[in-house]
Design a protein around this ligand. Structure first.
Ligand code: FES
Ligand code: FES
Length: 230
């Protein structure tokens, strides 16, 4: 067994259970919508697979290191202002920190997921000034002053975004790991107008992979939501 696969041994993860794990996914953002999601998921036997990439560190280490330094800005950091889901955040960040790690490690916005950390899976998709990007490929300091929307910012309080509601309605997920990225990407895809046919949806959502193969239901959810999203 290699170093990466150690992280997949359930006995090494005593704090993770299927329900708690789903809760940690934060697919629907705030605790209320999360609770509603868990209720609807009850009895499905959904389980979570943690990929080896989840265990890797890099930019994430830099993000964590900066946050542990006390008294003034840590050496080697630069001030950054990130506007996320309508809230301004002033941070001192190592220039190597990706937007994904800034969200997850510094701001505890863990709805955006780290799948591959190489721009290949789309699990980390967020909206920047309305456009979808892979946040694992983008440095946080490049987004000073940008309007960033994550999965946590889509719902309006207790009211799900139409795309979130459609994913629930059409069972557009199984384990849910790819779902925050799928939903953010779908929101932008609909705004871009790339949803006229099933083939067009598949093409323009092709940057978001789903290891569970929920693709048919994801397409159905997007078709349902395209007339309801603003
Ligand atoms: S984590 Fe896979 S594309 Fe960013
Ligand atoms: S629902 Fe499991 S990876 Fe997409």
């Amino acid at each position: 067994m290699n170093e990466d696969s150690d992280g997949l041994d359930p006995s090494n993860m005593p704090d993770i259970d299927p329900a708690g794990g789903l809760d940690d996914l934060l697919i629907f953002g705030n605790p209320e919508t999360r609770r509603r999601f868990l209720k609807q998921m009850a009895g499905t036997g959904a389980a979570i697979t943690l990929g080896p990439a989840l265990m890797r560190m890099g930019s994430a280490q830099a993000a964590g290191a900066a946050s542990t330094t006390l008294g003034g800005a840590p050496a080697g950091t630069v001030p950054v202002h990130l506007k996320i889901n309508g809230t301004d955040h002033a941070l001192d960040l190592d220039p190597r920190v990706t937007l994904l790690d800034a969200l997850r490690e510094r701001l505890q916005l863990t709805g955006s997921k780290k799948g591959c950390d190489h721009g290949q899976c789309g699990a980390c998709t967020v909206l920047v000034n309305g456009r979808r990007i892979n946040s694992c490929l983008s440095f946080a300091i490049a987004h000073d002053g940008d309007e960033i929307t994550t999965i946590e910012g889509l719902a309006n309080g207790d009211e799900l975004h139409p795309v979130q509601a459609a994913f629930l309605e059409h069972d557009g997920f199984q384990c849910g790991y790819c779902t925050p990225g799928q939903i953010c990407s779908a929101v932008a895809c609909i705004k871009e107008g790339h949803t006229k046919t099933d083939d067009e949806i598949r093409e323009w959502m092709s940057g978001n992979l789903c290891r569970c193969g929920a693709y048919p239901n994801i397409v159905d959810a997007i078709k349902d939501a395209r007339g309801k999203s603003s």
